[in-house]
Design a protein around this ligand. Structure first.
Ligand code: BEZ
Length: 390
C-alpha cells in the first residue's frame, strides 16, 4: 500500500536535504587562505620564508588541509602600519578569505588583530611578536605560531646576566617589537643583577647606525643587546664589527639578529650568541626532514621564519581536521587549534590559553651559515599574556 506524505513533511525533508547538501558543498569547496606578509622592504625575505614554509606543509599533505583544497590570496603589507587596515580588508572584504596568515611587523599585526576581532575572522600570526596580540587583544579566533617579543628577549637577559655582564646598552628600531624586546631583556637582566644604563634607537626601518655606535664606544658597557631583523640586522651587525666594537663588547640579541642573515653578514656575525626558539642544527628526525624538504623545494636553507610558516599550517590543519574541514563548527575548530601539541622542527610545543606558543628558547652560536644549538636557555617558556581576558 502506498502512503501519501503530508505536504509539510515533504517540504521539511526537501529543506533538510538542501541544507545538508549545501553544508557538504561548502566543506568540500576550496578553503581560502590569505597571506598578508611583507613581500617588499627590509622584511621581504622573512615574508617569503613564511609563505614557503606554509606551502611546504600543505604540499606534504597532498595539497589539502582537513580534506579541503586550498586557494591562496596574497597582499604585500610592505611592513607599513598606516596601510595595514586597508590591506587586511582586501583579504577580509574583497577576497572573503576563510583564514588570514600574517604578518611579520608588530605594528601591522596589531591592526590585523583588531580587524580580525571586529569581523571574527580566523587569524594565524606566523611571526609578529607584538605582546598585545596574545595579551590585551587576545581572542579565540587569533593564534600565533611564532613567539611573543617578550620570550626570546627575556631568555637573553637571563643569559647575559649569567655571563656576568653588569652594565648593558640596548639598541633597536623605535616601534612595538623593538621596544617590547628591550623591555623583556631588561626584565630578566636586572632580575639577574645587571643594569640597563641606556636605551638607544632609530626610527623603523632606518639603518643609519653611526651615531649609536659612537655612543656605545663612549659608554663602554659590558654588553649590547640589539633587536633588528632582515636587512636591518645585516647592516647593524656589519657596522658593529666595522667599528671594531665586536672585539671588546659582546653583541647579544634575540635570534632575529642572525637568522636568515648569516650569509650576508659573513665574518661580522661569527661567534655571536643569540636566543631563539629554533636552531638550524637541531639534530632530530623532524628538523632534518623539514630542512631537507625545504632545501629540495626552494633551493635555499630553512630559517626560523620558514619554521613559523610551516607550523602555522600545522595549527590550521589541527583545527580543520577536528571539524573535517567544516568551518561552520567554529568553536570546535578554534578549540582544537589551541589544544594541539605541534610537532615542530623546533621541537614539540603547546599553545597557551591566550594563543601563544609555550616553547623552549635556545642559546645559539653563529658558526658559518648556521645558528648552532648550544643550550636550552629557558625551558617551556610561556609568555605572561599580560592583560589577556578570555
Ligand atoms: C616584529 O615586528 O614583531 C618582528 C619583526 C621581525 C622579527 C621579529 C619580530
Amino acid at each position: 500500500m502506498t502512503r501519501t506524505l503530508p505536504l509539510a513533511t515533504v517540504a521539511l525533508a526537501a529543506a533538510l536535504s538542501f541544507a545538508t547538501g549545501s553544508a557538504c558543498a561548502q566543506a568540500a569547496g576550496k578553503l581560502k587562505v590569505g597571506f598578508m606578509l611583507p613581500y617588499s622592504g627590509t622584511f621581504a625575505a622573512l615574508g617569503n620564508s613564511i609563505e614557503n614554509g606554509f606551502r611546504l606543509y600543505v604540499n606534504e599533505q597532498g595539497g589539502k588541509l582537513g580534506g579541503r583544497e586550498i586557494e591562496f590570496f596574497k597582499v604585500d603589507d610592505e611592513s607599513e602600519p598606516s596601510k595595514a587596515t586597508d590591506n587586511v580588508n582586501k583579504l577580509i572584504k574583497r577576497d572573503q578569505v576563510d583564514v588570514i596568515v600574517g604578518t611579520v611587523h608588530s605594528g601591522v599585526a596589531m591592526a590585523m588583530a583588531k580587524a580580525a576581532k571586529d569581523t571574527n575572522t580566523l587569524l594565524i600570526v606566523p611571526n609578529a611578536g607584538a605582546d598585545a596580540v596574545t595579551g590585551v587583544m587576545c581572542a579565540p579566533n587569533i593564534v600565533r605560531s611564532s613567539f611573543s617579543n617578550w620570550q626570546p628577549a627575556f631568555a637573553m637577559g637571563k643569559v647575559a646576566a649569567e655571563k656576568g655582564a653588569k652594565k648593558a646598552i640596548t639598541v633597536t628600531w623605535n616601534y612595538a617589537a623593538g621596544n617590547e624586546s628591550v623591555k623583556g631583556f631588561a626584565e630578566a637582566f636586572e632580575k639577574g643583577g645587571g643594569k640597563v644604563v641606556k636605551d638607544l634607537n632609530v626610527p623603523f626601518p632606518n639603518v643609519e647606525f653611526q651615531a649609536l655606535l659612537t655612543e656605545i664606544a663612549a659608554q663602554k658597557p659590558d654588553a649590547v643587546y640589539a633587536f633588528f631583523a632582515g636587512g636591518g640586522a645585516v647592516k647593524f651587525v656589519k657596522d658593529y664589527a666595522a667599528a671594531g666594537l665586536n672585539k671588546t663588547i659582546p653583541l647579544y640579541g634575540p635570534g632575529f639578529l642572525t637568522d636568515g642573515t648569516l650569509e650576508a653578514q659573513g665574518a661580522a656575525a661569527q661567534g655571536m650568541l643569540t636566543t631563539l626558539h629554533y636552531a638550524d642544527n637541531l639534530d632530530t628526525p623532524r628538523n632534518n626532514a623539514f630542512r631537507k624538504g625545504y632545501a629540495l623545494t626552494y633551493k635555499a636553507n630553512a630559517d626560523v621564519y620558514a619554521v613559523q610558516g610551516y607550523d602555522a599550517a600545522q595549527i590550521l590543519a589541527a583545527g580543520l581536521n577536528a571539524v573535517k574541514g567544516d568551518l561552520a563548527k567554529r568553536d570546535i575548530l578554534t578549540t582544537a587549534m589551541r589544544k594541539v601539541t605541534v610537532d615542530s622542527p623546533r621541537g614539540k610545543f603547546t599553545i597557551s590559553p591566550a594563543g601563544n606558543p609555550v616553547q623552549d628558547v635556545y642559546l645559539r652560536e653563529a658558526k658559518g651559515n648556521n645558528n648552532e644549538y648550544r643550550a636550552v636557555a629557558v625551558k617551556a617558556l610561556a609568555d605572561p599574556a599580560r592583560g589577556c581576558k578570555l
